[in-house]
Every structure is written in structure tokens, then in C-alpha cells.
Design a protein around this ligand. Structure first.
Ligand SMILES: *Cc1c(COP(=O)(O)O)cnc(C)c1O
Length: 352
């Protein structure tokens, strides 16, 4: 069975950017996908329509209590067509997020059929240069006009597409991270492992401070003690110490990244020992001093594998001594799989 999706084509196609003009998430394609959910009625009105503003009642719950969640994945050129990277993993994560935020689950078929219908409509927007892709942003939010506090009975699921180049502008240079010592992004029992808009608003102020200090992003520590590394806020965190790759274990407050999962598997395929466990900032500092901190990188759909060259807080600082060879190898392999140039052993690509 497949989802019945109506299509209304735009009469005003937008000018398409050249591959070398792409930044992250600034331009959107001609169409968007929408589907509505009402309690009692379920999902209905799945449709591809011209990209444009969505009208909302001013009392829509999402504007007051933050019932919004999203996903982020990519579509790539594949032969003469297109392929999505691990869409099923993203559907499953959105389902877990929606459950945590008391929103209805988007059925796998509706999600995948909707994304594919939209991609087929806007296929001409898929860039082809190395490092480029179509970023797919599915999101779900509460539209019911109601100011009482309870889960909304009306929800909208939407998908938009953005042709993208690299996530961080400019040539790939190691990122400098400010280690946040006071504020927290998430706490155990909270919504840190959900891909919720609310986690991002919780992170903005610290990120602004870090930027004013001249850093690229924040490295978040655990909310209880500020001792253990959690993640970068848009990326999961990896460090190579004495040959082993370590990454914080998923204990509820860290987003379970799809790229994180890929990188763990690919690193093990390379024969690298990977440990998912608590990673204390003091352990990184000690390894930095001892010269055994070989590399540090972040992972995420948008940036893939991004080298990190420095961690700083107060008057302390850790500089990473290594060349980032493992991260670079993993990035190249993953990018190769996505572009169909390296064997897709795990069946991560799905044809559109
Ligand atoms: C999306 C996201 C990531 C990266 O997850 P991927 O599935 O690899 O893109 C990491 N941290 C946070 C907070 C995120 O929202």
C-alpha cells in the first residue's frame, strides 16, 4: 500500500542556485510536503504543494508550549536518479521523539512516501558537485488553537528541501569549541535525546557567548556535574585516545545521531576499538597533556565528520596534537557510500 498524495505544482519556479553558491539551509526548493493529523481522524490530506508560508492560528500550541520536533537527512545523486541516506533510521528516531513530546507518530510509509514524492517533484534541485546534496528537513508541530496545557489534538507534518554545500562555511579547518561550564543543554530525564526544537533554544545563549569569545560552537557537559562530555549540540562527539575511539554513551541526554551510528560501525570495520562510555573532560585534558589525544571530531548529517582542533574553558585549553587521519578516513568512506562510490555494505542508501 502506498500513501495517496495530491500534487499541486508551482506556477512560479524559483531560480536555482549554482553548485558553488550553496551554503547550509538558506535556499529552499519549489515545493513542500504537508500532512495533517487530527485526534480521532488520524493522518489525512497528504499533499505536495508550492513552497510558501503556512498559516497558523495565533493560539496554535506550538507557538506557546514548544511542541515541535524535527529530523534532518540527505538525498544524493545516485546513477541517473536519487538516493536517500538511512531514511528508516530517521523515521524511527522521529517516532521516538514524537512519543516523548506527546505527538502522534508519523507512520513510516507516510514519512517515506511523502519525502520521496517531494524529492521527485523537485529532483532538478539536486546539486551534483562533491560535498553537495539535498538536505531534507521533516518536521512536526502542534497546530491546535488551544491555550490549556495538554498534548495537542491537531498536528502538522511538513517536509522542506534545501540544496546544500558544506555546513560550516569556508574550507574545512578544525573547529574550536568552548566547553560550557555552567549552563546545560539537557539533563537526564529531560528531552535531550529527542530531536526537539526546545533543545536548540536551550543552547542558543551559550553558543552566542562562545561565538563572542571567538569559538565556533559549544561543547556541552552533563547537566548534573559538568564533568562528562555530552555532545556539541548539533554534532555527537568522538575522541581518539591511545588508538581507541571513545564517544559518550547514550544515557538519555544525548541525541542518538545516525552519523554517530555509521561512524562507530565504519571505525570497527577498520579494526579500531570503539568504546561508548562516559568521557570525562579531565580524561581528555590528561590525554592532551600526555600527548595521547590523537584526534577529536564531531559527527552529524549536516557536517558529516568535522575535525575539532581545540577545547577551551576558563583559562584552560586542550589542543589536539594529531592529524585527524581516522576522522578523515571515516569521512571519506561515509561520503563515498553516500555518493555511491564506495560499496554500501549495510544497505544505507535507499533509491527514490
Ligand atoms: C541531529 C543532531 C545530531 C546529529 O545527528 P545525525 O542523525 O547524525 O544528523 C547531534 N546532536 C543533536 C543535538 C542533533 O539535533
Amino acid at each position: 500500500m502506498s500513501t495517496a498524495i495530491s500534487v499541486q505544482r508551482t506556477r512560479n519556479p524559483r531560480p536555482r542556485p549554482k553548485d558553488d553558491e550553496l551554503a547550509f539551509g538558506k535556499l529552499f526548493t519549489d515545493h513542500m510536503f504537508l500532512a495533517q493529523w487530527d485526534e480521532g481522524k488520524g493522518w489525512h490530506d497528504a499533499r505536495v504543494v508550492p513552497y510558501g508560508p503556512i498559516s497558523l492560528d495565533p493560539a496554535a500550541c506550538c507557538l506557546h508550549y514548544g511542541q515541535e520536533a524535527f529530523e534532518g537527512m540527505k538525498a544524493f545523486k545516485s546513477g541517473s536518479g536519487m538516493a536517500l541516506f538511512r531514511p528508516r533510521a530517521h523515521v524511527a528516531r522521529l517516532a521516538r521523539t514524537a512519543k516523548r513530546l506527546c505527538m502522534p507518530e508519523v507512520p513510516e510509509e507516510l514519512f517515506v512516501d511523502g519525502v520521496k514524492a517531494l524529492l521527485r517533484e523537485d529532483a532538478a534541485w539536486l546539486p551534483s558537485a562533491a560535498g553537495t546534496s539535498l538536505y531534507v528537513r521533516p518536521f512536526i508541530f502542534a497546530t491546535e488553537p488551544f491555550l490549556g496545557v495538554r498534548p495537542a489534538k491537531q498536528v502538522l507534518f511538513a517536509v522542506i528541501l534545501s540544496p546544500v554545500g558544506g555546513y560550516f562555511s569556508g574550507p574545512a579547518r578544525p573547529l574550536r569549541l568552548w566547553v560550557e561550564q555552567e549552563r546545560s543543554r539537557a539533563a537526564k530525564g529531560g528531552i535531550g535525546e529527542a530531536k526537539a526544537a526546545a533543545n536548540y533554544v536551550a543552547s542558543l545563549l551559550a553558543a552566542e557567548d562562545a561565538k563572542h569569545r571567538g569559538f565556533d560552537q559549544v561543547l556541552w557537559l552533563d547537566g548534573a556535574e559538568h564533568r562528562y562530555v555530552e555532545e556539541v549540540g548539533t554534532m555527537n562527539f568522538f575522541a581518539r585516545i591511545g588508538g581507541k575511539l571513545v564517544t559518550p554513551a547514550l544515557e538519555g541526554s544525548i541525541l542518538p545521531g545516525v552519523t554517530r551510528d555509521c561512524v562507530i560501525r565504519l571505525a570497527r570495520d577498520e579494526g579500531v576499538q570503539v568504546e561508548e562510555r562516559r568521557v570525562a573532560l579531565s580524561e581528555l585534558a590528561a590525554a592532551g597533556k600526555a600527548g595521547t589525544l590523537e584526534e577529536v571530531f564531531g559527527t552529524g548529517t549536516a557536517s558529516l565528520v568535522a575535525p575539532i582542533g581545540e577545547l577551551a574553558w576558563g583559562s584552560d585549553q586542550i589542543r589536539v596534537s594529531g592529524t585527524g587521519a581516522l576522522g578523515e578516513k571515516l569521512r571519506t568512506t561515509l561520503a563515498g557510500i553516500q555518493r555511491g562510490e564506495v560499496a554500501d555494505r549495510y544497505g544505507w542508501l535507499e533509491k527514490v
